[in-house]
Design a protein around this ligand. Structure first.
Ligand SMILES: [Zn+2]
Length: 431
């Protein structure tokens, strides 16, 4: 098994183009993206696909050969490792976390990473499918990268920079700190999770074993981006009940739940509260599934806002709309249930302000302008924050993820590495 994995490394397309980099960051990244680690939402196993373990095993081997301690790949597919403290101070234990899986939304096997050195600012035609063109018009960020080095896939698959850029940056941090004992830091825990893309990234995580005080996910997009806020999220399910009758003899008897559910959806405004009409800090209610028959119809929503208290207002709003719809269907009724999904990690991070402050200082020391944004979604960090590990998200350079146009800028990855080197030092300095 192990031999197979390492032989993948030999199938580089352009190994000669990787010369000239002092760090092995690009080398690592190429090695990791060529391993198919797609997670599978339809699987009940843990991890959801055993191929994720191909990368996890490789990471474990590499962590061991780097001389890290407390290395483990556990039965749930989590990789843990420690970089021991080299400081006399009592420094809080910091964890750096990335996910090994890639999105189920796009082909992820036989990824062929391509390095575009000294990028010239033109649209990038992907050679294995010339229909696939990464256009600067759609991706203006590329124009900021002229003269730098871009990595793309070859046109048939995603790239997997989400989140193998994060994995490579953390691995290179471990290698760097081993080579530079003069850099003082506290104990650092490394964590690689499976199944983040299908929302199960931390389901089986052993927080006690992790034993960290504060954490950072390395899973953010452009240079300098920093997220300490995510949506707060609930799921809400309505069940509408009609009154069934044989349609041939249904006059004045039948109440059709399909029609109730449709009327309910019609009640929702088309110009607000919807993902297709909101951005920035605005939340939404979003119907994601309908299923049933004239007797019983289920309508499922996801509800999102940065302000947790507003979720409740949205839920009341939906109930009102359901009642409005029922007016036209005497004899019909509904039930609902609400499930908490995740919460805005800012609620935890504002109680531990140093976690974000130190990250901002680290980005600043790396000579980068900070771009703070609020993630219109959840991250492993939002779950981790509420599990006791306050955990904002730091950029890695991964862009246009979950599709064939995914790319990453090498220099962004290097700045990400530089940022977490500084960050490790800042925790030690402030202890
Ligand atoms: Zn990710």
């Amino acid at each position: 098994m192990k031999d197979d994995i390492f032989s993948l490394h030999l199938t580089f397309n352009f190994p000669r183009m990787l010369n000239g980099y002092e760090s092995l960051l690009v080398d690592r990244f190429f090695r990791y993206v060529q391993i198919d680690t797609q997670s599978n939402p339809d699987s009940d196993t843990q991890p959801s696909s055993s191929k994720q373990l191909d990368l996890s095993r490789m990471l474990l081997d590499e962590l061991n050969s780097l001389g890290l301690t407390e290395t483990e790949l556990d039965e749930n597919g989590y990789v843990y490792a420690s970089i021991p403290s080299n400081s006399e101070k009592a420094v809080p234990v910091i964890c750096y976390c990335a996910h090994v899986d890639t999105s189920p939304d796009c082909k992820a096997s036989e990824v062929k990473p391509l390095l575009h050195k000294n990028y010239n600012g033109e649209d990038i035609i992907l050679p294995d499918d010339p229909e696939q063109v990464i256009k600067t018009g759609d991706h203006p960020y590329l124009l900021e990268k002229i003269g730098q080095d871009i990595i793309t896939a070859s046109g048939k698959t995603l790239l997997g920079a989400d989140d193998k850029a994060g994995v490579a940056v953390i691995m290179e941090l471990a290698a760097y700190l081993q080579r530079h004992p003069e850099i003082k830091h506290g104990k650092i825990r490394i964590l690689f999770t499976p199944d983040e893309e299908i929302g199960r990234g931390v389901n089986k995580l052993d927080m006690k074993k992790l034993g960290a005080d504060f954490g950072y996910t390395l899973d953010g997009p452009e240079l300098g981006s920093f997220e300490e806020e995510t949506f707060s999220a609930d799921g809400m399910k309505f069940i509408f009940y009609g009154v069934s009758a044989h349609p041939g003899h249904a006059k004045d008897k039948l109440v059709n739940a399909v029609k109730i559910a449709s009327a309910f959806i019609e009640e929702l405004p088309s110009d607000e509260f919807s993902p297709e009409t909101t951005d920035g800090r605005y939340g939404f209610v979003h119907p994601v599934r309908m299923d049933g028959n004239p007797e019983r119809m289920m309508v499922e929503f996801i509800i999102r806002d940065f302000n947790t208290a507003k979720l409740n207002a949205y839920e009341e709003y939906l109930k009102d709309k359901a009642n409005d719809a029922l007016q036209y269907f005497p004899g019909g009724r509904f039930e609902y249930e609400i499930k908490e999904q995740y919460r805005n990690m800012k609620e935890v991070l504002s109680l531990n302000p140093q976690v974000s402050e130190y990250a901002r200082e680290a980005i600043h020391r790396a000579g980068i302008e900070i771009k703070e944004s609020a993630a219109r979604g959840g991250t492993d960090g939002s779950r981790l924050s509420f599990m006791g590990l306050p955990c904002p998200n730091i950029f890695t350079g991964e862009m246009a993820f979950h599709g064939k146009h995914e790319y990453v800028c090498v220099q962004d990855m290097e700045k990400s590495l530089e940022t977490i080197i500084h960050l490790s030092q800042i925790w030690e300095e402030n202890a």
